[in-house]
Design a protein around this ligand. Structure first.
Ligand code: FMN
Length: 221
């Protein structure tokens, strides 16, 4: 089977330092094509915040579905699964892989245009991530997390002060998509809002002009 890793594609992320660029990889996620047999009404009824996860890993296909549900592009012009005020899309997403088959443990940026992940930092920072999220056990135990950050510059120019509330509303839409998709896949998931943005920015290679907002967790029950 062809490896999902494609080290030949150089990531253009501004944070990549030339000295480390040989370590960095872009991973094109599998097509989020597997049909769900769980009707939406059942997903709505069954969705429950899950804080207990087993040690079993997630499949790459499941990760692809989760991230696509959260932020995937579904129409020309870059329109996504989740709505956005003025289609500005001020939310950026970062994926932390702790236990995902075929995906090295690390912290990735997600590019909706190519449905791909670019490795920003290798290695396991799960304990420290949990500490920056109120020392919550569910963050220590989950198999993966999607960190949503807000890039306010453009939306603030368009909307002024309401931009902050509007961006938080968008994060809520994204979160619900993730939770419902996890339910459809039979996975456990939760949204974690108890975050220390300053600690997260120290721990993770997030651009200074982005603010951590919300973290979505998933794993096997
Ligand atoms: C914006 C937001 C932030 C949340 N943050 C956390 C969190 O940091 N830790 C946690 O254990 N639960 C968190 N939750 C989950 C709530 O505790 C949970 O939704 C609530 O208890 C209702 O349970 P249910 O989701 O199973 O319906 C959050 C929920 C929302 C909507």
């Amino acid at each position: 089977m062809k490896s999902p890793l494609d080290p030949t594609i150089a990531s253009q992320h501004p944070l990549l330092r030339p000295s480390r660029s040989k370590d960095l990889q872009r991973i094109v996620l599998p097509e989020p094509a597997c049909p769900s047999s769980t009707p939406l009404a059942d997903c709505l009824r069954l969705r429950r915040s899950c804080r207990d996860y087993s040690e079993a890993p997630l499949k790459l296909e499941e990760v692809s579905r989760l991230i696509w549900a959260a932020q995937g592009i579904t129409a020309p012009g870059g329109l996504r699964t989740a709505p956005s005020p003025g289609a500005i899309y001020p939310i950026r997403s970062y994926f932390a892989a702790f236990r995902v088959e075929g995906l090295p443990t690390g912290f990735y940026s997600y590019d909706p245009d190519t449905h791909s992940l670019s490795l920003l930092a290798k290695g396991d920072r799960q304990r420290r991530l949990a500490k920056a999220a109120g020392d919550q056990q569910c963050v220590s135990d989950c198999a993966a997390a999607l960190l949503l950050t807000a890039w306010y510059k453009r939306i603030q120019r368009e909307f002024g002060d309401p931009a902050f509330t509007l961006t938080a509303m968008e994060a809520g839409h994204i979160g619900q998509n993730w939770l419902l998709q996890a339910t459809a896949l039979g996975l456990g998931a939760i949204g974690a809002g108890k975050l220390d943005p300053a600690a997260l920015k120290l721990l993770l290679p997030i651009p200074q002009d982005e603010e951590p907002l919300y973290m979505l967790l998933a794993g096997r029950r």
